[in-house]
Design a protein around this ligand. Structure first.
Ligand SMILES: Cc1cc2nc3c(=O)[nH]c(=O)nc-3n(C[C@H](O)[C@H](O)[C@H](O)COP(=O)(O)O)c2cc1C
Length: 200
């Protein structure tokens, strides 16, 4: 049985354009994958803490050396890693906020980047350990950036996921959402058409 993990990161939770596109994709995907499990994690409604020294040191400490507090902190990260490890498909709702990814997504990335668990360093460089997954990203932007140097998100998200071993990543853009109603409607219609094709 396939498992899908949906990560929403819009400030507006299920009301965000990125979340709505992700929802539409998941509905279409579920229709094609009967019996599949779908898990939703809303990183805006349930944000993870920023990575600080205490948390990072808990992650890298040997399990047998961890204090009770370090065990708690490491367990939070372990649960997130287990969740994404089990997913065959990951769906990411990705708004652009202030020229970057939502800070809640950065905090999530900081929780799942674990040396020896999701990646490892070798003599030939880093090797990602989260292999065999497909990721669909629904990127919502007020302006127009795709394919330009101002698109700070695409290369970063691709590079981060590749570092963890996930290189099969498909981006669907809905851009120009704050450039008037016709621009918004055209962009959303085109993104919806694309997501239906991808789910088919
Ligand atoms: C706090 C904030 C910052 C934003 N910054 C940008 C930006 O830097 N570039 C851009 O194109 N749009 C920006 N926007 C517009 C959003 O990208 C747009 O509203 C998009 O729909 C957000 O996705 P969401 O609806 O899923 O939250 C910003 C919106 C908010 C609320």
């Amino acid at each position: 049985m396939k498992t899908l993990l949906q990560l929403n990161t819009s400030l507006f939770s299920t009301g965000g354009q990125s979340s709505q596109l992700a929802d539409q994709f998941v509905a279409a995907w579920k229709a094609k994958n009967e019996g599949a499990a779908a898990i939703v994690r809303d990183l805006a409604s349930n944000p993870l803490p920023h990575l600080d020294a205490e948390r990072f040191l808990s992650f890298i400490a040997k399990p047998e050396d961890r204090t009770p507090r370090q065990r708690e902190l490491a367990a939070e990260s372990d649960a997130l890693v287990d969740e994404i490890k089990k997913a065959d498909v990951v769906v990411l709702g990705l708004p652009m906020y202030n020229f970057g990814i939502p800070s809640t997504l950065k905090a999530y990335f900081d929780h799942i980047a674990r040396a020896g668990i999701t990646f490892q360093y070798t003599a030939n460089g880093p090797v990602g350990l989260l292999t065999g997954k497909k990721v669909y990203v629904f990127a919502a932007r007020g302006g127009l950036y795709a394919g330009t140097p101002l698109d700070s998100q695409t290369a970063y998200v691709r590079d981060f996921l590749a570092f963890l071993g996930i290189s099969d990543v498909e981006f669907v853009y809905a851009e120009g959402l704050n450039m008037g109603e016709p621009s918004k409607q055209t962009a959303l219609a085109s993104a919806r058409e694309r997501l239906e094709q991808l789910a088919a």
